[in-house]
Ligand binder design. Structure first.
Ligand code: AMP
Ligand code: ZN
Length: 446
Protein backbone atom coordinates (compact mmCIF):
# COMPACT_ATOMS: atom_id res chain seq x y z
CA UNK A 1 0.00 0.00 0.00
CA UNK A 2 1.12 3.54 -0.84
CA UNK A 3 2.55 5.52 2.05
CA UNK A 4 0.09 8.25 2.99
CA UNK A 5 0.51 11.48 4.93
CA UNK A 6 -2.40 13.51 6.28
CA UNK A 7 -2.45 16.84 8.05
CA UNK A 8 -3.99 15.97 11.40
CA UNK A 9 -5.81 18.85 13.07
CA UNK A 10 -5.25 17.10 16.42
CA UNK A 11 -1.47 17.56 16.17
CA UNK A 12 -1.37 20.43 13.67
CA UNK A 13 1.15 18.36 11.71
CA UNK A 14 1.51 16.10 8.72
CA UNK A 15 1.47 12.54 10.00
CA UNK A 16 2.02 9.13 8.45
CA UNK A 17 -1.32 7.40 8.16
CA UNK A 18 -1.53 4.09 9.98
CA UNK A 19 -4.95 2.46 10.12
CA UNK A 20 -6.03 0.64 13.26
CA UNK A 21 -6.66 -2.57 11.35
CA UNK A 22 -4.33 -3.35 8.46
CA UNK A 23 -6.02 -2.72 5.12
CA UNK A 24 -9.15 -1.22 6.64
CA UNK A 25 -10.27 2.34 7.29
CA UNK A 26 -13.17 3.64 9.35
CA UNK A 27 -14.21 7.10 8.18
CA UNK A 28 -16.81 9.35 9.78
CA UNK A 29 -18.05 12.61 8.27
CA UNK A 30 -20.36 15.08 9.96
CA UNK A 31 -23.39 15.41 7.73
CA UNK A 32 -26.08 18.06 7.36
CA UNK A 33 -28.97 19.22 9.48
CA UNK A 34 -31.85 18.58 7.14
CA UNK A 35 -33.86 21.75 7.80
CA UNK A 36 -33.05 23.36 4.45
CA UNK A 37 -31.27 22.75 1.17
CA UNK A 38 -27.50 22.31 1.22
CA UNK A 39 -25.48 25.10 -0.39
CA UNK A 40 -22.49 24.41 -2.60
CA UNK A 41 -20.09 25.28 0.25
CA UNK A 42 -21.55 22.30 2.11
CA UNK A 43 -21.17 20.28 -1.08
CA UNK A 44 -17.48 21.17 -1.16
CA UNK A 45 -17.13 19.52 2.25
CA UNK A 46 -18.82 16.32 1.07
CA UNK A 47 -16.80 16.25 -2.15
CA UNK A 48 -13.59 16.49 -0.10
CA UNK A 49 -14.82 13.51 1.94
CA UNK A 50 -15.72 11.63 -1.23
CA UNK A 51 -12.26 12.18 -2.75
CA UNK A 52 -10.68 10.86 0.43
CA UNK A 53 -13.00 7.84 0.38
CA UNK A 54 -12.40 7.07 -3.30
CA UNK A 55 -8.65 7.55 -2.97
CA UNK A 56 -8.34 5.14 -0.05
CA UNK A 57 -10.47 2.59 -1.90
CA UNK A 58 -8.54 2.96 -5.14
CA UNK A 59 -5.24 2.21 -3.45
CA UNK A 60 -6.64 -0.91 -1.86
CA UNK A 61 -8.21 -0.08 1.48
CA UNK A 62 -11.49 -1.52 2.56
CA UNK A 63 -13.21 1.68 3.70
CA UNK A 64 -16.29 1.95 5.83
CA UNK A 65 -17.72 5.47 5.46
CA UNK A 66 -20.39 6.71 7.84
CA UNK A 67 -22.19 10.03 7.64
CA UNK A 68 -24.84 11.29 10.03
CA UNK A 69 -27.98 13.20 9.28
CA UNK A 70 -29.15 15.56 11.99
CA UNK A 71 -32.91 15.25 11.80
CA UNK A 72 -33.72 16.73 15.18
CA UNK A 73 -32.48 20.01 16.64
CA UNK A 74 -33.64 23.57 17.24
CA UNK A 75 -33.39 24.50 13.56
CA UNK A 76 -35.57 21.52 12.60
CA UNK A 77 -38.21 22.46 15.16
CA UNK A 78 -38.22 26.08 14.00
CA UNK A 79 -38.56 25.07 10.35
CA UNK A 80 -41.42 22.66 11.12
CA UNK A 81 -43.28 25.53 12.79
CA UNK A 82 -42.59 27.86 9.84
CA UNK A 83 -43.75 25.28 7.32
CA UNK A 84 -46.71 24.35 9.57
CA UNK A 85 -45.75 20.71 9.41
CA UNK A 86 -44.02 18.05 11.48
CA UNK A 87 -40.30 17.68 12.13
CA UNK A 88 -40.49 14.29 10.42
CA UNK A 89 -41.91 15.84 7.25
CA UNK A 90 -39.22 18.52 7.19
CA UNK A 91 -36.53 15.87 7.66
CA UNK A 92 -37.91 13.67 4.93
CA UNK A 93 -38.16 16.52 2.44
CA UNK A 94 -34.68 17.93 2.95
CA UNK A 95 -32.94 14.61 3.38
CA UNK A 96 -34.26 13.58 -0.02
CA UNK A 97 -33.02 16.82 -1.56
CA UNK A 98 -29.65 16.31 0.10
CA UNK A 99 -29.25 12.74 -1.15
CA UNK A 100 -30.34 13.82 -4.65
CA UNK A 101 -27.67 16.53 -4.58
CA UNK A 102 -25.03 14.01 -3.56
CA UNK A 103 -26.06 11.69 -6.37
CA UNK A 104 -25.99 14.54 -8.88
CA UNK A 105 -22.40 15.37 -7.99
CA UNK A 106 -21.54 11.69 -8.11
CA UNK A 107 -20.92 11.06 -4.44
CA UNK A 108 -21.29 7.35 -3.85
CA UNK A 109 -23.86 7.56 -1.08
CA UNK A 110 -25.23 4.14 -1.88
CA UNK A 111 -22.08 2.66 -0.44
CA UNK A 112 -21.97 5.18 2.38
CA UNK A 113 -23.70 4.40 5.59
CA UNK A 114 -26.13 7.24 6.21
CA UNK A 115 -27.31 7.25 9.80
CA UNK A 116 -30.04 9.36 11.35
CA UNK A 117 -30.07 10.93 14.79
CA UNK A 118 -33.69 9.97 15.45
CA UNK A 119 -32.80 6.30 15.01
CA UNK A 120 -30.16 6.49 17.76
CA UNK A 121 -31.84 8.08 20.78
CA UNK A 122 -31.05 4.97 22.81
CA UNK A 123 -27.28 5.07 22.18
CA UNK A 124 -27.15 8.82 22.85
CA UNK A 125 -29.12 8.50 26.07
CA UNK A 126 -26.80 5.74 27.27
CA UNK A 127 -23.75 7.87 26.59
CA UNK A 128 -25.36 10.82 28.38
CA UNK A 129 -26.22 8.69 31.40
CA UNK A 130 -22.68 7.37 31.53
CA UNK A 131 -21.33 10.92 31.62
CA UNK A 132 -23.68 11.75 34.49
CA UNK A 133 -22.59 8.62 36.38
CA UNK A 134 -18.94 9.50 35.91
CA UNK A 135 -19.52 13.04 37.13
CA UNK A 136 -18.78 14.81 33.84
CA UNK A 137 -22.36 15.89 33.38
CA UNK A 138 -25.05 17.34 35.59
CA UNK A 139 -28.80 17.62 35.51
CA UNK A 140 -30.42 21.03 35.23
CA UNK A 141 -34.07 21.99 35.03
CA UNK A 142 -34.05 22.06 31.23
CA UNK A 143 -31.77 19.13 30.50
CA UNK A 144 -28.41 17.53 31.09
CA UNK A 145 -25.20 19.49 30.59
CA UNK A 146 -21.57 18.57 30.09
CA UNK A 147 -19.33 20.37 32.52
CA UNK A 148 -16.33 21.53 30.52
CA UNK A 149 -14.39 22.31 33.71
CA UNK A 150 -14.42 18.58 34.57
CA UNK A 151 -12.63 17.56 31.39
CA UNK A 152 -9.06 18.65 31.91
CA UNK A 153 -8.07 18.73 28.24
CA UNK A 154 -11.08 20.77 27.18
CA UNK A 155 -9.98 23.27 24.54
CA UNK A 156 -6.71 21.50 23.72
CA UNK A 157 -7.92 20.00 20.44
CA UNK A 158 -9.31 23.29 19.21
CA UNK A 159 -6.38 25.29 20.57
CA UNK A 160 -8.68 27.37 22.72
CA UNK A 161 -8.13 28.55 26.28
CA UNK A 162 -11.21 28.39 28.41
CA UNK A 163 -12.16 30.29 31.44
CA UNK A 164 -13.46 27.53 33.68
CA UNK A 165 -14.99 30.10 35.98
CA UNK A 166 -17.48 30.65 33.21
CA UNK A 167 -18.33 26.97 33.08
CA UNK A 168 -21.99 26.46 33.98
CA UNK A 169 -22.91 29.51 31.99
CA UNK A 170 -24.89 27.38 29.67
CA UNK A 171 -25.33 27.63 25.96
CA UNK A 172 -29.01 26.94 25.63
CA UNK A 173 -29.55 26.18 21.97
CA UNK A 174 -27.82 24.47 19.08
CA UNK A 175 -26.73 27.64 17.40
CA UNK A 176 -23.55 28.00 19.34
CA UNK A 177 -21.77 31.19 19.91
CA UNK A 178 -18.37 29.99 18.73
CA UNK A 179 -16.49 32.04 21.28
CA UNK A 180 -18.40 30.57 24.20
CA UNK A 181 -16.71 27.42 25.37
CA UNK A 182 -19.13 26.94 28.22
CA UNK A 183 -21.12 23.92 29.23
CA UNK A 184 -23.19 22.44 26.49
CA UNK A 185 -26.37 20.40 26.43
CA UNK A 186 -26.13 16.64 26.08
CA UNK A 187 -29.83 16.13 26.53
CA UNK A 188 -32.78 18.49 26.49
CA UNK A 189 -36.15 18.29 28.13
CA UNK A 190 -38.76 18.84 25.48
CA UNK A 191 -42.47 18.33 26.02
CA UNK A 192 -42.81 17.07 22.44
CA UNK A 193 -40.60 14.08 23.25
CA UNK A 194 -41.52 11.77 26.12
CA UNK A 195 -37.91 11.24 27.17
CA UNK A 196 -36.49 14.48 25.90
CA UNK A 197 -34.13 14.79 22.95
CA UNK A 198 -30.37 14.82 22.34
CA UNK A 199 -28.07 17.77 21.81
CA UNK A 200 -26.15 17.99 18.55
CA UNK A 201 -22.66 16.95 19.67
CA UNK A 202 -23.73 13.77 21.45
CA UNK A 203 -25.15 12.57 18.16
CA UNK A 204 -21.79 12.25 16.45
CA UNK A 205 -20.08 10.77 19.51
CA UNK A 206 -22.71 8.05 19.79
CA UNK A 207 -23.16 7.24 16.11
CA UNK A 208 -19.51 7.26 15.04
CA UNK A 209 -18.65 4.80 17.79
CA UNK A 210 -21.73 2.68 17.15
CA UNK A 211 -20.67 2.00 13.56
CA UNK A 212 -16.88 2.32 13.64
CA UNK A 213 -15.82 1.50 17.19
CA UNK A 214 -13.61 3.66 19.38
CA UNK A 215 -11.10 4.80 18.48
CA UNK A 216 -11.74 4.81 14.74
CA UNK A 217 -9.42 6.05 12.00
CA UNK A 218 -10.52 9.29 10.38
CA UNK A 219 -13.03 11.98 11.33
CA UNK A 220 -13.79 14.78 8.86
CA UNK A 221 -15.70 18.04 8.67
CA UNK A 222 -15.33 21.67 7.64
CA UNK A 223 -12.96 23.89 9.64
CA UNK A 224 -15.91 25.60 11.32
CA UNK A 225 -16.67 22.31 13.08
CA UNK A 226 -13.32 22.18 14.92
CA UNK A 227 -14.84 24.30 17.62
CA UNK A 228 -17.07 23.71 19.38
CA UNK A 229 -18.51 20.63 17.66
CA UNK A 230 -15.46 18.39 17.36
CA UNK A 231 -13.96 19.62 20.60
CA UNK A 232 -17.21 18.64 22.30
CA UNK A 233 -17.39 15.26 20.58
CA UNK A 234 -13.89 14.55 21.87
CA UNK A 235 -14.71 15.71 25.39
CA UNK A 236 -17.84 13.53 25.57
CA UNK A 237 -16.35 10.38 24.06
CA UNK A 238 -13.04 10.51 25.85
CA UNK A 239 -14.61 11.37 29.19
CA UNK A 240 -17.06 8.49 28.90
CA UNK A 241 -14.60 5.80 27.86
CA UNK A 242 -11.08 7.01 28.62
CA UNK A 243 -10.24 6.18 25.01
CA UNK A 244 -9.39 8.42 22.10
CA UNK A 245 -12.32 9.11 19.75
CA UNK A 246 -10.50 9.18 16.41
CA UNK A 247 -6.86 9.06 15.31
CA UNK A 248 -6.88 11.51 12.39
CA UNK A 249 -8.95 14.66 12.05
CA UNK A 250 -9.16 16.16 8.57
CA UNK A 251 -10.85 19.51 8.05
CA UNK A 252 -11.67 21.14 4.75
CA UNK A 253 -11.42 24.88 4.22
CA UNK A 254 -14.35 26.98 3.16
CA UNK A 255 -15.83 27.91 -0.13
CA UNK A 256 -15.94 31.70 -0.28
CA UNK A 257 -17.89 34.31 -2.18
CA UNK A 258 -16.04 37.60 -2.62
CA UNK A 259 -13.73 36.64 0.20
CA UNK A 260 -16.44 35.73 2.73
CA UNK A 261 -17.48 32.23 3.81
CA UNK A 262 -20.45 31.02 1.83
CA UNK A 263 -23.16 30.60 4.42
CA UNK A 264 -26.86 30.71 5.02
CA UNK A 265 -26.53 33.52 7.51
CA UNK A 266 -24.67 35.84 5.10
CA UNK A 267 -27.18 34.98 2.36
CA UNK A 268 -24.29 34.73 -0.09
CA UNK A 269 -24.96 31.14 -1.01
CA UNK A 270 -25.88 29.17 -4.10
CA UNK A 271 -27.44 25.74 -4.26
CA UNK A 272 -26.83 23.07 -6.87
CA UNK A 273 -30.15 24.08 -8.42
CA UNK A 274 -28.90 27.68 -8.86
CA UNK A 275 -25.87 26.31 -10.67
CA UNK A 276 -27.97 24.11 -12.97
CA UNK A 277 -30.35 26.99 -13.70
CA UNK A 278 -27.39 28.94 -15.03
CA UNK A 279 -26.79 26.03 -17.43
CA UNK A 280 -23.67 24.78 -15.74
CA UNK A 281 -23.44 21.06 -15.18
CA UNK A 282 -23.21 19.21 -11.89
CA UNK A 283 -20.03 17.60 -13.24
CA UNK A 284 -18.39 20.99 -13.78
CA UNK A 285 -19.41 22.00 -10.26
CA UNK A 286 -17.83 18.84 -8.91
CA UNK A 287 -14.64 19.64 -10.81
CA UNK A 288 -14.59 23.25 -9.60
CA UNK A 289 -15.02 22.18 -5.99
CA UNK A 290 -12.46 19.38 -6.04
CA UNK A 291 -9.63 21.04 -8.00
CA UNK A 292 -8.29 23.12 -5.11
CA UNK A 293 -6.41 21.66 -2.18
CA UNK A 294 -8.95 20.75 0.50
CA UNK A 295 -7.06 22.87 3.04
CA UNK A 296 -7.14 25.98 0.84
CA UNK A 297 -9.93 28.48 0.77
CA UNK A 298 -11.62 28.59 -2.60
CA UNK A 299 -13.45 31.55 -4.10
CA UNK A 300 -16.55 30.68 -6.06
CA UNK A 301 -17.50 32.54 -9.23
CA UNK A 302 -19.24 32.01 -12.57
CA UNK A 303 -16.13 32.66 -14.63
CA UNK A 304 -14.39 29.82 -12.81
CA UNK A 305 -17.43 27.64 -13.52
CA UNK A 306 -17.07 28.37 -17.25
CA UNK A 307 -13.45 27.26 -16.96
CA UNK A 308 -14.49 24.10 -15.15
CA UNK A 309 -17.00 23.32 -17.90
CA UNK A 310 -14.20 23.62 -20.47
CA UNK A 311 -11.99 21.25 -18.51
CA UNK A 312 -14.75 18.64 -18.30
CA UNK A 313 -15.29 18.97 -22.06
CA UNK A 314 -11.55 18.58 -22.72
CA UNK A 315 -11.45 15.40 -20.66
CA UNK A 316 -14.49 14.04 -22.47
CA UNK A 317 -12.93 14.97 -25.82
CA UNK A 318 -9.80 13.02 -24.95
CA UNK A 319 -11.92 10.03 -24.00
CA UNK A 320 -14.07 10.13 -27.15
CA UNK A 321 -11.17 10.78 -29.51
CA UNK A 322 -9.16 8.01 -27.90
CA UNK A 323 -11.87 5.51 -28.81
CA UNK A 324 -10.98 6.11 -32.46
CA UNK A 325 -7.27 5.45 -32.01
CA UNK A 326 -6.54 1.72 -32.18
CA UNK A 327 -3.05 1.90 -30.71
CA UNK A 328 -1.52 4.65 -28.52
CA UNK A 329 1.92 5.93 -29.46
CA UNK A 330 2.74 5.90 -25.75
CA UNK A 331 3.43 2.40 -24.49
CA UNK A 332 2.49 2.87 -20.85
CA UNK A 333 1.16 5.56 -18.50
CA UNK A 334 1.79 3.57 -15.35
CA UNK A 335 4.40 6.08 -14.16
CA UNK A 336 1.97 8.93 -14.64
CA UNK A 337 -0.70 7.08 -12.70
CA UNK A 338 1.76 6.44 -9.88
CA UNK A 339 2.74 10.13 -9.82
CA UNK A 340 -0.96 11.00 -9.60
CA UNK A 341 -1.42 8.63 -6.65
CA UNK A 342 1.72 9.83 -4.88
CA UNK A 343 0.47 13.44 -5.11
CA UNK A 344 -2.81 12.43 -3.46
CA UNK A 345 -0.98 10.39 -0.85
CA UNK A 346 0.69 13.65 0.14
CA UNK A 347 -2.25 15.02 2.11
CA UNK A 348 -4.51 14.86 -0.95
CA UNK A 349 -2.55 17.30 -3.07
CA UNK A 350 -5.13 17.64 -5.80
CA UNK A 351 -3.55 20.53 -7.76
CA UNK A 352 -0.39 18.44 -8.28
CA UNK A 353 -2.41 15.32 -9.09
CA UNK A 354 -4.49 17.20 -11.67
CA UNK A 355 -1.38 18.65 -13.29
CA UNK A 356 -0.41 15.04 -14.07
CA UNK A 357 -3.82 14.38 -15.62
CA UNK A 358 -3.66 17.50 -17.80
CA UNK A 359 -0.13 16.59 -18.88
CA UNK A 360 -1.42 13.25 -20.12
CA UNK A 361 -4.53 14.59 -21.80
CA UNK A 362 -2.66 17.38 -23.60
CA UNK A 363 -0.27 14.98 -25.31
CA UNK A 364 -1.83 13.44 -28.44
CA UNK A 365 0.63 10.53 -28.25
CA UNK A 366 -1.42 9.30 -25.29
CA UNK A 367 -4.68 9.08 -27.23
CA UNK A 368 -5.88 5.51 -27.65
CA UNK A 369 -6.29 2.55 -25.31
CA UNK A 370 -3.36 3.49 -23.05
CA UNK A 371 -4.77 6.97 -22.48
CA UNK A 372 -8.26 5.62 -21.92
CA UNK A 373 -7.01 3.16 -19.37
CA UNK A 374 -5.23 5.99 -17.52
CA UNK A 375 -8.31 8.21 -17.58
CA UNK A 376 -10.53 5.38 -16.36
CA UNK A 377 -8.26 4.80 -13.40
CA UNK A 378 -7.91 8.45 -12.39
CA UNK A 379 -11.65 8.96 -12.72
CA UNK A 380 -12.28 6.25 -10.15
CA UNK A 381 -10.86 8.81 -7.74
CA UNK A 382 -11.98 12.08 -9.35
CA UNK A 383 -15.50 10.77 -9.91
CA UNK A 384 -16.12 13.13 -12.83
CA UNK A 385 -17.98 10.48 -14.74
CA UNK A 386 -16.08 11.37 -17.92
CA UNK A 387 -15.47 7.88 -19.17
CA UNK A 388 -18.83 7.24 -20.79
CA UNK A 389 -18.79 5.85 -24.28
CA UNK A 390 -20.94 7.34 -26.99
CA UNK A 391 -24.18 5.32 -27.07
CA UNK A 392 -24.41 2.90 -30.02
CA UNK A 393 -27.25 4.88 -31.62
CA UNK A 394 -25.19 8.07 -31.69
CA UNK A 395 -22.12 6.16 -32.82
CA UNK A 396 -24.10 4.75 -35.77
CA UNK A 397 -25.18 8.28 -36.75
CA UNK A 398 -21.56 9.46 -36.55
CA UNK A 399 -20.42 6.68 -38.85
CA UNK A 400 -23.25 7.40 -41.30
CA UNK A 401 -22.25 11.09 -41.21
CA UNK A 402 -18.62 10.30 -41.97
CA UNK A 403 -19.72 8.03 -44.82
CA UNK A 404 -21.91 10.76 -46.32
CA UNK A 405 -19.01 13.19 -46.07
CA UNK A 406 -16.62 10.85 -47.82
CA UNK A 407 -19.26 10.53 -50.59
CA UNK A 408 -19.31 14.35 -50.67
CA UNK A 409 -23.00 14.24 -49.78
CA UNK A 410 -22.80 17.29 -47.57
CA UNK A 411 -26.54 17.84 -47.34
CA UNK A 412 -26.92 14.41 -45.78
CA UNK A 413 -23.86 14.78 -43.53
CA UNK A 414 -25.14 18.15 -42.25
CA UNK A 415 -28.54 16.65 -41.60
CA UNK A 416 -26.96 13.86 -39.55
CA UNK A 417 -24.75 16.27 -37.64
CA UNK A 418 -27.80 18.31 -36.66
CA UNK A 419 -29.57 15.16 -35.57
CA UNK A 420 -26.67 14.20 -33.30
CA UNK A 421 -26.51 17.71 -31.86
CA UNK A 422 -30.22 17.57 -31.07
CA UNK A 423 -29.48 14.47 -28.99
CA UNK A 424 -27.24 16.61 -26.80
CA UNK A 425 -23.82 16.02 -28.34
CA UNK A 426 -21.23 18.24 -29.81
CA UNK A 427 -19.76 16.81 -33.00
CA UNK A 428 -16.10 17.28 -33.84
CA UNK A 429 -13.99 16.03 -36.73
CA UNK A 430 -10.46 14.75 -36.62
CA UNK A 431 -8.12 12.94 -39.00
CA UNK A 432 -9.03 9.65 -37.29
CA UNK A 433 -12.78 10.25 -37.72
CA UNK A 434 -15.63 12.18 -36.12
CA UNK A 435 -16.58 11.82 -32.53
CA UNK A 436 -19.28 13.17 -30.25
CA UNK A 437 -18.94 14.78 -26.84
CA UNK A 438 -21.91 14.83 -24.51
CA UNK A 439 -22.93 18.41 -23.80
CA UNK A 440 -21.96 18.74 -20.18
CA UNK A 441 -24.95 20.92 -19.31
CA UNK A 442 -27.28 18.05 -20.02
CA UNK A 443 -25.48 15.58 -17.91
CA UNK A 444 -27.10 14.54 -14.67
CA UNK A 445 -29.59 17.36 -14.53
CA UNK A 446 -32.32 16.60 -12.04
P1 AMP B 1 -23.67 22.55 8.32
O1 AMP B 1 -24.92 22.11 7.61
O2 AMP B 1 -23.55 24.02 8.50
O3 AMP B 1 -23.41 21.76 9.60
O4 AMP B 1 -22.46 22.19 7.35
C1 AMP B 1 -22.28 20.90 6.78
C2 AMP B 1 -20.84 20.73 6.39
O5 AMP B 1 -20.45 21.74 5.44
C3 AMP B 1 -19.86 20.90 7.55
O6 AMP B 1 -18.79 19.99 7.39
C4 AMP B 1 -19.38 22.33 7.41
O7 AMP B 1 -18.15 22.53 8.01
C5 AMP B 1 -19.31 22.45 5.92
N1 AMP B 1 -19.40 23.83 5.42
C6 AMP B 1 -20.29 24.78 5.76
N2 AMP B 1 -20.08 25.92 5.06
C7 AMP B 1 -19.04 25.68 4.23
C8 AMP B 1 -18.34 26.45 3.24
N3 AMP B 1 -18.69 27.70 2.93
N4 AMP B 1 -17.32 25.86 2.59
C9 AMP B 1 -16.96 24.57 2.86
N5 AMP B 1 -17.56 23.80 3.78
C10 AMP B 1 -18.60 24.33 4.46
ZN1 ZN C 1 -20.59 15.84 13.87
Amino acid sequence: LTKIKFYNTASRQLEDFKPITKGKVGLYSCGPTVYDEAHIGNLRAYICNDILYRFLKAIGYDVRWVMNITDIDDKMIKRAKEEKTTIGQVAQKYEKKFLDDLRSINIGIDETKIVRATDHFKEMKELTDKLVQKGYAYKADDGIYFSVAKFKDYGKFAGIEIDTAKSRERVKNDTYDKSSPQDFALWKNDSDFADGRPGWHIECSAMSTEYLGQPFDIHTGGVDLIFPHHQNEIAQSEAATGKKLANYWLHNEHLLVDGAKMSKSLRNFYTLRDVLKKKYSATALRFELLQAHYRSKLDFGWEAMTGAETVVRDLRRFWAKSALVKKSKTLSLEDSYQTFVVALADDLNMPTALAVVFGVVNNTDNEGPVGRDFLRRVDEILGLDITNDTPPGVQALLEAMDLARSDKNFIESDRLRLKIEKLGYQVENSPVGSYAIAETQNSKVR
